[in-house]
Design a protein around this ligand. Structure first.
Ligand code: SF4
Length: 383
């Protein structure tokens, strides 16, 4: 267990998360944004928090009940079996050791994060920094259901796109330190609030922390599926540790062209090739996403593709690859909400929103290719 557990105990969970919100200065991350809002398009941006929520119990008992979530009562998340055998804890320790010469992502910096060195992602060593958590009603409908997606925002990022909507969190690392124990309690609290899943946003550089927290939380009664909400730029060696742990993979497929990923995502030339291989592996692990009888997703692959102006993302090529390499009923969310933020105005070709025609042509192409499980809520944005 990390030494962080001594800094941030379960007892001070509430006090610290409240302080965290104040430090970060974003009402959007107030824990307990549980008032339903119309599910529009999925967005990586935290939703406004209309009302603070009730406090989690100090001992986690409310959160620890299996029926606290509203999923199918027969559903058992994959990680519970691994936790019972001790395998989850073993994997967490092995993954933690990878940070001694960090290879957690394709940057492969080789820095010793255990000794508090930072690599490209700027994560302060092995210290966990969280930005916030809430029931999110702006994610994909099958993740939102009635109770919301239990979203936890992790700080820093290994990709650092110039147009990032969450740049204060991902580039600047705005958040507060937390222990593994508090991270686990956050998951249990979201379960207690009735969320349908635990949605870890930008998880790659914290994969070891996530496994450790899941190990603790599962022991205390966490029974929600885990959504691995990633840029898609994942190493196969690391995904092997997540096999049987992650229930829902939610990868982006951002670019088709390596020149584009290098230009807009800090030199990440390998993005298209690495992400294609990662998505194939994710599909092998969890298969096609199919909702349960209540319409809530509990397992499977859900791909996000953000259409960008001037076809910077290579959208039609992305659709062609999906149609040729994955089942035709693969869930693909074609997103229309690109907004030029952060440094996007330094690049004229991405300094505007997309047009209706740009969006429609991608959807038409996907349909013509025979893709049958398209999430095209973006249509309303481009009318
Ligand atoms: S997770 Fe961070 S430190 Fe580790 S290899 Fe990636 S960018 Fe480097």
């Amino acid at each position: 267990m990390s030494d962080l557990s001594e800094k941030f105990t379960r007892k001070c969970f509430l006090e610290n998360t409240g302080r965290l919100c104040l430090q970060v200065g974003l009402s959007a991350i107030l824990l307990g944004c549980s008032q339903p809002q119309p599910a529009a398009t999925p967005s990586p941006e935290p939703s406004p928090a209309p009302t603070p929520s009730p406090a989690p119990s100090q001992d986690g008992t409310k959160a620890g009940t299996a029926e606290a979530g509203r999923n199918d009562p027969d559903f058992l998340p994959a990680y519970v079996r691994l936790q019972r055998t001790g395998e989850l804890g073993r994997r967490a320790e092995e993954l933690w050791a990878v940070m001694e010469s960090c290879q957690l992502c394709p940057r492969r910096c080789g820095v010793n994060r255990i000794k508090k060195t930072s690599g490209f992602c700027r994560t302060p060593g092995a210290t966990l920094v969280l930005s916030g958590a809430h029931a999110h009603f702006g994610e994909e409908r099958p993740l939102v259901g009635e109770g919301g997606s239990g979203t936890i925002f992790l700080t820093h990022c290994n990709l650092r796109c110039v147009f990032c909507q969450n740049w204060t969190i991902s580039h600047l690392g705005r958040g507060a330190e937390a222990t593994i124990d508090a991270f686990a309690d956050m998951m249990l609290w979201l379960q207690g609030e009735g969320c349908h899943n635990i949605n870890v946003v930008t998880p790659t550089h914290y994969s070891a922390h996530i496994l450790k927290a899941l190990d603790v939380a599962a022991g205390r009664g966490l029974r929600l599926p885990v959504v691995y909400n990633t840029s898609g730029w994942e190493r196969l060696e690391i995904l092997a540790y997540l096999d049987g742990v992650v229930d829902i993979y939610l990868p982006d497929f951002k670019y088709w062209d390596s020149a584009m990923s290098a230009k807009y995502s800090a030199g990440a030339e390998s993005y298209p090739e690495v992400t294609r291989a990662a998505i194939l592996e994710m599909n092998r692990q969890v298969g096609v996403a199919k909702p349960n009888r209540k319409g809530v997703m509990e397992r499977g692959l859900m791909i996000r593709h953000l259409v960008m102006p001037n076809d910077v993302a290579g959208s039609e090529k992305v659709m062609e690859w999906i149609a040729a390499n994955l089942p035709k009923d693969t869930y693909v969310n074609i997103m229309a909400q690109y907004t030029p933020l952060h440094k996007a105005y330094d690049y004229p070709e991405i300094s505007r929103r997309i047009t209706g025609e740009e969006y429609r042509s991608v959807v038409q192409k996907a349909r013509a290719l025979g893709l049958t499980n398209l999430d095209i809520q973006g249509y309303w944005m481009v009318q």
